[in-house]
Design a protein around this ligand. Structure first.
Ligand SMILES: Nc1ncnc2c1ncn2[C@@H]1O[C@H](COP(=O)(O)OP(=O)(O)OP(=O)(O)O)[C@@H](O)[C@H]1O
Ligand SMILES: [Mg+2]
Length: 491
C-alpha cells in the first residue's frame, strides 16, 4: 500500500513540530525517517496513525484521501505502529494480549490464536512463549510480539519509531531481517524512524530527513553519511577529544559482592572505582551489568560481600543513604522509572530539591530554577510542560538536568540512548566535566563506540559473570564485540 503525507502541519503552541511535511512511501520498500531529537518524527508518525490529529495537510492511501480519528481506525485501514516509548503492558499472557488485539472483530478462539502465533513465530524466527506474561518479556521480545500483533491485524504499512533503542545486538539483526522480509517478500511498506545514520544506511531504500519540523531532503540509497549529517544538523560535526583527569582515591568499592534475583545471580564481584574514573559496563541485555550497577547505588542488596563508599561500609544501607552520600542513579526507562507521567518539569524540579525545601513550596522560584535548566540543557519544552509531552531525547535531557550538581558516584543505564549524535556529544561533555570534581562514573551502554570513547576501563558481563576490567585504550571495538557475545555488531 502506498502512503502519502501532503503538507502536514502540527503546532504545539509556539513549537512547529511539523511544518508542512510531504513524503511518499512506496509499497515493498523500507523508508527511513531521519532527524535529530525534536525534529518532529514521532509527531508525524502519530498523525499518520490517528494518535493525534494534524492542524493541516492530508494523508492518502493508494491515492485516496483518508482521515483517522483513532489508532483503531488507522489499523483497520492497514497502518500499524510500534511506539518509541512502549505502551503500557498489563501483566497478561502473550496469548491473551494477542486475543485482545481482536477487540471488536470476530473473536477467534484461543487455540486458533495460538496456532496463528506459532505459525508467525516460525515464519520470522521469533521465539515467544505464548504462555509467558508480557511484562516478563525483554524489550526486544515485546517488540516482536507487537510486530506479530500488527500483522495479525492485517497491517500493510508498518511504522517503527526508533525500534533499536533498548534491544540487544542479535535482536537487532533479527529485527532487520524481519523488516527486509516484510518489505521485499511480502510487499509491505515499512517506515523506519531513527536518528542513527548507520542503521538507516544499512537498512533503508530511501530516506527522508527532517529538521525542526521541515523536510530537508529525500534521498535514495546508497547514501553518503556526510550528506545525511549535513541534512540533519546543517553542518558537519567534529569529534570531541578526550581529556584525561588525574584519578583520586577509591570512591566506590565492591568486595566479593554477590547479588541474586530470581532470574539471575552475579557472583564474586570485586572492583575499586577511583574518583574521576569512568567505567563502562558492556554485555548483552540481562547479563548482570544492571544488577551490578544497582548494587553500586544501593538499589540492590548484595546477598554477600561488601560495598564501600569512600571507605565506609554501606553494604546494608538504603538507597536514601546512598543518595545522601552523593550517589545518583539514572535509570534507562525514562517514563517508567525516571520521570513521572503527568507531572511538569517544574514539579520534577521541586521533587529533586526535596529535603532542601521549607514547608511551603516556592513555585515561582522552582519555575525559574527549571527555566535555567531548560536553557542550560537545551530542552525543547517549557517549565509547565508535562514530561510525557517532551520528545524522547528531550526527556533524557530533562533527566540529566535534574541530577544533583555535586556527586561522588554517578551510575547510569544507557545515558545517551535516544539522543542524536550532537546531543550525545554534548551530554558526554557535561558528564566528563563532573570528573574534575572527583565524580566516579559507571555506565551501561550497548553502543560499543560510546564505551570505547568514554571509558577508562570496560567490564564485560556475560551470563551473570563479571570479567576483569580491561583498559579501554588497549582494546579494539572488534575485540570488545567478540568478548560481548562473539557477534559482530556494526552499530
Ligand atoms: N504533546 C505535545 N505537546 C507539546 N509539545 C510537543 C508535544 N509533542 C511533541 N511536542 C514537541 O514537538 C517537537 C517535535 O517532537 P517529536 O516528538 O515529534 O520529535 P522527534 O523527532 O520524535 O524527537 P526524538 O528523536 O527526541 O524522539 C518537540 O519540540 C516536542 O517537544
Ligand atoms: Mg521521537
Amino acid at each position: 500500500m502506498k502512503i502519502e503525507a501532503l503538507d502536514i502541519r502540527k503546532y504545539f503552541g509556539p513549537v512547529r513540530a511539523n511544518d508542512g511535511i510531504t513524503l511518499t512511501v512506496e509499497p515493498g520498500s523500507i523508508h527511513g525517517l531521519l532527524g535529530e531529537n525534536g525534529a518532529g518524527k514521532t509527531t508525524l508518525m502519530k498523525i499518520l496513525t490517528g494518535f493525534i490529529s494534524a492542524d493541516g495537510g492530508e494523508t492518502r492511501l493508494d491515492g485516496r484521501p483518508v482521515r483517522f480519528a483513532s489508532p483503531a481506525e488507522s489499523i483497520r485501514h492497514g497502518i500499524g505502529m510500534l511506539h518509541q516509548e512502549p505502551l503500557d503492558f498489563p501483566p497478561l499472557k502473550v496469548l491473551d494480549n494477542l486475543l485482545l488485539a481482536f477487540e471488536d472483530r470476530l473473536i477467534p478462539g484461543r487455540q486458533q490464536v495460538r496456532r496463528v502465533l506459532e505459525e508467525l513465530c516460525r515464519r520470522f524466527n521469533f521465539s515467544i512463549d505464548p504462555d509467558a506474561r508480557v511484562n516478563t518479556l525483554t524489550v526486544g521480545e515485546r517488540q516482536q510480539l507487537e510486530i506479530l500483533r500488527l500483522l495479525a491485524l492485517g497491517a500493510e504499512v508498518i511504522i517503527l519509531d526508533e525500534p533499536t533503542t533498548g534491544i540487544s545486538a542479535p535482536q537487532k539483526v533479527l529485527l532487520f531481517a524481519t523488516l527486509r522480509r516484510l518489505a521485499k517478500e511480502e510487499g509491505k511498506s515499512v517506515i523506519f524512524v531513527s536518528h542513527k545514520l548507520e542503521e538507516v544506511e544499512e537498512l533503508c531504500d530511501r530516506v527522508t530527513v527532517l529538521r525542526q519540523g521541515k523536510v530537508t531532503g529525500h534521498i535514495e540509497a546508497p547514501f553518503r553519511a556526510e550528506q545525511l549529517v549535513q541534512l540533519m544538523f546543517g553542518q558537519s560535526l567534529l569529534r570531541s577529544d578526550r581529556s584525561r583527569v588525574p584519578l583520586g582515591e577509591p570512591a566506590l568499592e565492591l568486595q566479593d559482592v554477590t547479588v541474586q534475583t530470581y532470574r539471575l545471580t552475579v557472583s564474586h564481584m570485586s572492583l575499586a572505582v577511583r574518583a574521576g574514573e569512568v567505567i563502562g559496563l558492556a554485555g548483552l541485555e540481562g547479563s548482570g551489568q544492571r544488577l551490578m550497577l544497582r548494587a553500586c547505588a544501593g538499589l540492590q542488596r548484595p546477598s554477600s560481600g561488601r560495598v564501600r563508599l569512600q571507605g565506609d561500609d554501606f553494604t546494608r544501607r538504603s538507597y536514601r543513604d546512598f543518595l545522601a552520600a552523593g550517589v545518583a542513579y539514572l535509570p534507562a526507562g525514562r517514563i517508567e522509572e525516571g520521570l513521572i507521567r503527568g507531572l511538569t518539569l517544574t514539579e520534577h524540579y521541586v521533587l529533586t530539591q526535596r529535603g532542601h525545601q521549607p514547608l511551603f513550596i516556592d513555585w515561582v522560584g522552582a519555575a525559574e530554577g527549571m527555566q535555567h535548566k531548560i536553557a542550560e540543557f537545551n530542552i525543547r519544552g517549557q517549565s509547565g510542560t508535562p514530561v510525557e509531552a517532551l520528545s524522547g531525547g528531550n526527556q533524557q535531557r530533562a533527566l540529566l538536568s535534574l541530577l544533583p550538581p555535586v556527586l561522588k558516584v554517578l551510575a547510569m543505564e544507557h545515558p545517551t540512548r535516544g539522543l542524536d549524535i550532537e546531543s550525545a556529544m554534548w551530554v558526554w561533555e557535561q558528564l566528563l566535566e563532573r570528573r574534575k570534581s572527583g565524580t566516579a562514573i559507571l555506565f551501561i551502554s550497548a553502543d560499543l563506540d560510546e564505551l570505547m570513547e568514554h571509558s577508562d576501563r570496560i567490564i564485560v558481563f556475560s551470563g551473570g559473570v563479571m570479567a576483569s576490567p580491561i583498559d579501554a585504550a588497549a582494546t579494539s571495538i572488534e575485540e570488545l564485540g567478540y568478548l560481548i557475545g562473539g557477534v559482530r555488531d556494526n552499530s
